[in-house]
Design a protein around this ligand. Sequence first.
Ligand SMILES: [Zn+2]
Length: 249
Amino acid sequence: MDFHVHLDNSTIDKVLELSRERRIKFGIVDHAGTKENQYPTLLSNDAELRRYLAMLEGKPVFKGVQAEWTDWMSCFSTAALAQLDYVLTDAMTFPGKDGKRVKLWTPDVAQQVDMSDKQAFMDRFVDWHVEVMTREPFDILANTTWLPAGMLEEWELYWTPPRMKKVIDAALKYGIALEISSSYKLPKLPFLKLAKAAGAKFSFGSNGRYPNMGKLDYSFEMAKQLDLKAADMFAPAPDGQKAVQRRKL
Ligand SMILES: [Zn+2]
């Protein structure tokens, strides 16, 4: 199953053709949050969320959203969010010098976020992962252990075992699954081994736009190396136990 599929430049029917071809079940995640977030498609209120759910109704996919920033919960009622199978988010949008949201993958990020001391930034970035998991009711942490350009190349230097442990502990505490991302080929094995030993759950994600959904080579390779079983994998929670229902915020 690929729980991280974007419809952006395609349609549900075209994406379903690929699902059948690749024999992978997809979880569709449109972006969700306030209008301040800029994406090709964005769900910002109950009415838009319900239209999206209706569009996916009866299709052989899981219905998810990729939640944006820390204020997405304010856009929707719990009842509407509970119609989803799951909520996925990541820690890649980070508070800038003025406290406003900054996408850490944008080219001018150094002007907006103090990254002059990369180890000090990394400590703040790890704390940010924990804060996101503490504050937001979601089910899957996507793009786990991603790093901005200039740091990604030296992943091992920044993702030290104590930092890994902070993120893994928070995931366990809040019942959040950790995505093994085939688009970023992350997390690397040392993180995954630590997470598995701690009892974390995992999901596979391509972060795919058409026609790249369902390409899960890295996820499968890691699953093989870790000897992951069905019990180690994320599955959408039954009604009443979804993160948006379990966690009162
Ligand atoms: Zn995504």
